[in-house]
Design a protein around this ligand. Structure first.
Ligand code: SF4
Length: 161
């Protein structure tokens, strides 16, 4: 029995990013078409719509947000931390529901980043850190990787796409 993979909806080609675009990754779309993956967008689950304002984590990363030490703020200043945390919890429920072996999330997003995010200054500068959803999934023992690590993961897990 092959376990299910959960992927960021924008990587699967759905136009769910804040600015109404996608971040299509052909391998991710193929996994979805072959029914080896299901897609999720933590921000839409959390209550956002597309398009929406860009947001960044201020004061740390996803772990700090979960600890109450950092917040997620839209570019115009609205504090949207609660929506991000909601989306993270609903994504965790979904991953647990399908028994996800791995969750493949879009790098650099304040929800989905798994190694790097933007630094909170809205200047396009990246910093080491994870997104809010990634932080919550990892706290709950779920493996999260980015699209950049997907090829290696599939090869190791001997999953043909
Ligand atoms: Fe949704 Fe994550 Fe893609 Fe952002 S990066 S659009 S939260 S799936």
């Amino acid at each position: 029995v092959q376990s299910m993979i959960v992927v960021s909806a924008c990587l699967a080609g759905f136009e769910v990013r804040y600015n109404g675009t996608h971040s299509l990754n052909e391998t991710v779309r193929e996994l979805l078409e072959q029914k080896k993956a299901v897609s999720v967008c933590p921000e839409l689950l959390g209550g956002f719509i597309t398009p929406r304002e860009p947001a960044e984590i201020i004061g740390g990363d996803g772990d700090d947000v979960l600890d109450g030490a950092a917040k997620v703020v839209e570019i115009s200043g609205r504090d949207v931390t609660e929506l991000y945390v909601n989306g993270a919890h609903l994504t965790l429920m979904k991953a647990q529901e399908v028994g996800a072996a791995v969750v493949v999330l879009k790098e650099y997003s304040p929800s989905c980043g798994s190694a790097m995010i933007y630094n909170g200054e809205f200047k396009g500068v990246k910093a080491v850190g994870n997104g809010v959803t990634t932080a919550l999934l990892r706290k709950n023992g779920i493996k999260v990787i980015s699209e950049e690590e997907l090829g290696d993961y599939l090869a190791l897990a001997q999953i043909k796409v």
